[in-house]
Write a protein of this length. Structure first.
Length: 374
């Protein structure tokens, strides 16, 4: 949708020379389609505009991956980019993650800034050797002489009915590896600000999107739409302030945590909802300060529980705030099992809003759990 509007605008603008001013005009034109008080853009449009602006600003930035060019991305995130930047900078690769990811890492060691799109991060399992052994290690092993400014991006996590091999969360795998930065956007603001920062960053960034969020719209301010807008790596965002219990979440689970907070509000429980944004580095200091205020913690994630993001946050909070905790820490995660294909079982394997509400109530001692209400 964004690409179509942008194309029409380029065609109908006097002069029609491509570049940033036109892009900004296109964004504004698109915004005016939503003539409500707040401007709204979809996550896929936020990602598309971030790619477009960074490619316009820096000729060393290029996009590569399966179907990113002619087909404009499996999820249309690269819509309009081939037409605008040509096949040298929007490169359709063969179906070989191990091959094209290696080429990307090599290019990033030699002065280019590749963005490698994985159709899903499940396929990046084919390429993990290049991500972990080459991208994450080269700066260290070259004694700081070689930078690896590359972004690995694409959807990860459960979608709907895609089975055990296509529903996996990659956050805890990559975030255990020194040398990588790992980001997980939730809103359109996150998607735009974090992707622009990731592309400009001198180090390898694993950028974990979510298929079910691409089509969701979020309100954005003029500041977010400005081409200079970037969000810092390693900083979380307090989405909603509260004094009774801290709830941490990332990616799609931020929406669940916010819904849970609305329900808790009706029971006079004020939850503080933290959108992590950055999984590595983790904003330990913001979590620390929040738990010192609320004295209670619930972590929410879709991934497996063992050695997960929640496990790391709980350990960190217990180390820093043992004396401040008024209740045991609570972890809400996906089930410790391969994802079932059947829709009813898939629902049972994933965190639901009511799970977050129950955990927050337990932490606040409003409801004593019985053996069956885990
Ligand atoms: C947590 O807060 C305390 C008190 O302000 C501080 O001493 C400690 O360094 C903080 N820990 C982190 C990880 O920010």
């Amino acid at each position: 949708m964004f690409g179509i509007i942008s194309h029409k605008l380029v065609a109908s603008t006097a002069g029609g020379s491509p570049g940033q001013p036109i892009l900004r005009a296109a964004v504004l034109a698109m915004m005016s389609n939503y003539s409500t008080a707040t401007k709204q853009i979809m996550v896929r449009e936020a990602l598309n505009s971030a790619l477009d602006e960074e490619m316009a600003a820096d000729p060393t930035v290029f996009l590569m991956g399966e179907e990113v060019g002619e087909y404009e991305g499996a999820y249309k995130v690269s819509k309009g980019l081939l037409r605008k930047y040509g096949p040298q900078r929007v490169v359709d690769t063969p179906i070989t993650e191990a091959g094209f990811t290696g080429i990307g890492v090599g290019a990033s060691c030699h002065g280019l800034r590749p963005i490698v799109e994985f159709m899903t991060f499940n396929f990046a399992m084919q390429a993990i050797d290049h991500i972990i052994n080459s991208a994450a290690k080269t700066n260290y092993m070259s004694a700081g002489n070689i930078n690896v400014p590359i972004v690995f991006r694409g959807p990860n996590g459960p979608a709907a009915g895609v089975g055990a091999q296509h529903s996996q969360i990659s956050s805890h795998w990559y975030s255990s590896c020194p040398g990588l930065k790992v980001l997980a956007p939730y809103s359109s603001e996150d998607a735009r600000g974090l992707l622009k920062t990731a592309i400009r960053d001198p180090d390898p960034v694993v950028f974990l999107e979510n298929e079910l969020l691409y089509g969701e719209s979020f309100p954005v301010s003029d500041e977010v739409l400005d081409s200079s807008f970037c969000l810092p790596i390693g900083k979380a965002k307090i989405e909603k302030e509260g004094k009774d219990v801290t709830i941490t979440a990332f990616s799609r689970m931020v929406g669940y945590a916010l819904k849970a907070a609305e329900i808790l509000e009706k029971e006079d429980l004020e939850a503080e909802v933290i959108n992590l944004r950055s999984i590595r580095p983790l904003d330990r200091s913001l979590i620390n300060n929040s738990v010192r205020k609320t004295n209670r913690l619930v972590t929410v994630e879709e991934g497996f529980p063992q050695h997960g993001v929640g496990a790391e946050i709980c350990a960190s909070v217990v180390e820093e705030n043992f004396n401040y905790l008024d209740a045991p820490v609570e972890r809400i995660s996906g089930a410790d099992a391969p994802m079932p294909y059947a829709a009813n079982l898939e629902r049972l394997a994933l965190p639901q809003v009511e799970d977050v509400v129950r955990a927050a109530r337990r932490a606040c001692y409003r409801s004593v759990p019985t053996a069956t209400t885990a």
